[in-house]
Ligand binder design. Sequence first.
Ligand SMILES: Nc1nc2c(ncn2[C@@H]2O[C@H](COP(=O)(O)OP(=O)(O)OP(=O)(O)O)[C@@H](O)[C@H]2O)c(=O)[nH]1
Ligand SMILES: [Mg+2]
Length: 339
Amino acid sequence: MAANNLSGGVPGAPSAEDIRSGDRRALARAITLIESERQDHKELAQALLEKLLPYTGNAVRIGISGAPGVGKSTFIEAFGLHLTAIGKRLAVLAVDPSSALGGGSILGDKTRMERLARQPEVFIRPSPAAGATGGVARRTREAMLACEAAGFDVVLIETVGVGQSEAAVAGLVDLFALLVQPGGGDDLQGIKRGVMELADLIIVTKADGDLAALARLTEADYISAVALTRGHGKRPRPQVVSCSAAEERGMDEVWRAIETYRRALDEAGELARKRADQAVEWMWREVEASVMAALRDEAAMAALAKRLEAEVAAGRKTPTAAAARMLAAFRAAAQEKSG
Ligand SMILES: Nc1nc2c(ncn2[C@@H]2O[C@H](COP(=O)(O)OP(=O)(O)OP(=O)(O)O)[C@@H](O)[C@H]2O)c(=O)[nH]1
Ligand SMILES: [Mg+2]
């Protein structure tokens, strides 16, 4: 499937039936279409997604993040193997803000996830090459929907914890898990306050060998830290668990914590609401992105934009006034077109 993605050529649209029947090739082709920047591909992808939409929503949607080197890949392999052992079908997707430079973390990870990738019940999709910023997460959301229509029980979305991508991933999933390693508080681990607050589940990994005792202390630290956090409305309190991905221990506890959290969310009526809110939020992001694209594409705007940029940079005009001027010109151009 990776080869398909890397070939660069985008095939014709697969049928919704093929995807729903579990045809991997069809799913991979659908995601390639979803990731394409070409207008005709975008239209094909949207038509396909509309057909698939009634069959989406049945997966447990999990986001996984953590600082570079914390053990995400090793964890996903061990956790994924556990899921397949208990009969779950798993799709792994990635949002990688650095993929434009690095070529995608999951892709470079083939060896680390080798056993998982060989499982017939597992679909691993490397992160798309980052095009327009922000677009990556949107395409991941649509790839997730395609995976759900294909019948996967669990969709795992990985992101490297380096910045804004965590919030984007948290906005895609039912439960956002943060991986930490033994030792140090979040400051020491370079975890930003805001990211801690996104976490529904904190997983202390590498709880083995020399690190086992420290892992217990770290787990206790996070349990007390979590107890201090204020509740977010009806959102359940974050769970804290520890495990060893290297020794493949604790994976059942992680899965149970996820199920417990999700059940609590569901029973409070929050799961459906969260997903509905997320979908509406994505609609507005899409509107925002489209309006910005239209504004940039409007030839008449280019000269004005350049002039306003210069005036703002020189301190002769406030950014607010310049923005208002841009919008007025954009409205006038749009009106001229429609009339
Ligand atoms: N002892 C121990 N080491 C682990 C465990 N999980 C991962 N490691 C080690 O930690 C290092 C980083 O693991 P990765 O799984 O590559 O971490 P990552 O978060 O995917 O790293 P990036 O993709 O670079 O962000 C490797 O040397 C692993 O062998 C574990 O459960 N126990
Ligand atoms: Mg990795």
